[in-house]
Every structure is written in structure tokens, then in C-alpha cells.
Design a protein around this ligand. Sequence first.
Ligand SMILES: *[C@@H]1O[C@H](CO)[C@@H](O)[C@H](O)[C@H]1NC(C)=O
Length: 319
Amino acid sequence: MAVMAMRRRLRGVVLVLALLLTATAVVPVLLLGVAEDDAGGKVAAAAPFNASRVTAISWRPRIFLYRGFLSDDECDHLVNLGKKKIQRSMVADSKSGASVMSEVRTSSGMFLDKRQDPVVSRIEKRIAAWTFLPEENAENIQILRYEHGQKYEPHFDYFQDKINQAIGGHRYATVLMYLSTVEKGGETVFPNAEGWESQPKDDTFSECARRGLAVKPVKGDAVLFFSLHVDGVPDQLSLHGSCPVIQGEKWSAPKWIRIRSYENPPLSKPKETKGCSDVSAHCAKWAEAGECERNPVYMVGAEGSTPGNCRKSCGVCDS
Ligand SMILES: *[C@@H]1O[C@H](CO)[C@@H](O)[C@H](O)[C@H]1NC(C)=O
């Protein structure tokens, strides 16, 4: 009898533990329900993470497609944030006397702030949950607009130079979110993907998309691909481009994820740098205002990059 009672009690404990675990897993999901945007409006969230919406469309390179990663509301929200920034840069340009039209043409992209509002925040969390890669390794979400005829020639997301790797190292993975459905063209194309020739393509694909493994931009879908092999060596098969938009307008939002922390890069050690001085006369004032902590790469310097400008005032010198 005593053994039975103990077993029952044990089962009770297990049940409580299981409930607790479920509850902690459910809470973030509930929090993801509806978030206030800047204007206080409600932006409906996408359905919680659902693995059966993810398809591996290539293993060489590693490319995955997630259908319905963002809700329509979330896409519209990001597009609106992008539009606001375009308008802001137009104002700034007219103040500096630069031609407004030519600036608009060149400023096809803009970066959001990290966690700039609850909607952006939950999307960044969802990206981390999908990729199993820490939020702090990710760069800020970029919003891109491609109008008729605009394209990106095939390129790699990993860097060819050392300077860009100073903070956070190589770009390891890219999550490319589609914020609009493009009527024709605008596909993401991977010309080096193994076996791309056997991808079935009807005549809704553009000419450009016929030269590689192609993904059509569908509002809310997201593509995840890796620019490095699992051993950290750049994957040349990850070459990709954006086909010219033929009909409609393409809005997309790439998120690049580094191999190390992008938000908190390890700071350079004092002995790695020659001398110890302030480059600017404002250093002491900036340090007092907390810039050493807020802006460490500029003030102190990151590992492997040039030394920071205010190492003396930030008190990172040996003596
Ligand atoms: C997950 O997605 C699949 C495919 O869209 C759908 O059939 C299924 O009902 C979803 N599951 C949940 C729990 O939402």
C-alpha cells in the first residue's frame, strides 16, 4: 500500500512539473498574441511556431521556407515602419541640400532599431526561436523596397573583408521575410544550389528565376539560408540574388545573423593597443554621459578592429 501511495504521489509531482513546464512554454505564446504598435493599434501576430510549415528546399546550400512566418498585419506594420524612414531620410536630404529624388532612388533600404516596438520585438524573438540562434547575434532588421525593374545581382552574404567581420564576425545565416506578394518577378534565386535544374517551374516564374533554385515572394513567408557550412567555412553555394520586379512592388526584410554577438561584441584588451589616449576632446564628457557602456565599439573598440577613440576616459588602460 505504501509503495502504491508513493507512486501515486510521485505521479502527482511529475504531473505538476509537466504542467509547470507547459505553462512556461505557453506564456510566451500567449504574450505573442497581440501587441501594441507605436500608434497603439492592434497588430495580429502570426500563429505560434509550427514546424510543419517549414520545408527544407535545399541542403546544398541549406535553405528552408517557412509559410506564414509573419501575419499580414505584421508585414503591413514593417512596411509602414520602412516607409516612415524613407520619408525621414527625404527630409534630412532636403535640409542638407542634396537632391531629394536621387536620394530616394538610392535609399532603397533602411534599418529598424532592435526591439524598437513590441511587434518588432516579437518578430526578433520568433526568428531566434526558429533559427536556434541568439537574438544578440542578429543585426537589425532591414526593410527593402524593390520597384519595377529593381534587382540585386547574385552575391554572398558572408564577407570577403576583415573590417566587416570586426563586430560579430561572419554572417552565418539570413532570414529573408517577404512583406508583399509580387505579381511577377522579384524571386529570390540561388544559381549555385545543387539540383536546381529539376525544380518544376511554370510560366509564372520570370526568366531570371529560371537560372537557379527560385523562391517566389509571398507575403508573410520567410526563407532561412546559411552562408557558412557547419564548420564555419563560407559556403559558395549560398550565392543568391533578387530577380528584377516585373509587376507589382516587392518589400522584403532581411535579418542577418552573425557567428558572435553583434550587440555585445567582446571589447579589445588594453594590451592589444598601442598607447592609451583619447582621440577626441569630448571623450571625458561622453564617458561621463555613459557612452563607454552605450557605445562601446566606438569608445573602447572591438576585438580585432581598430582601438576605440576614448580608451583613456573609459578607463580601460592598464596603468
Ligand atoms: C501547423 O501547420 C499545418 C500546415 O499549415 C496545419 O495543418 C496544422 O493545423 C498546424 N498546426 C497547428 C497546431 O496549428
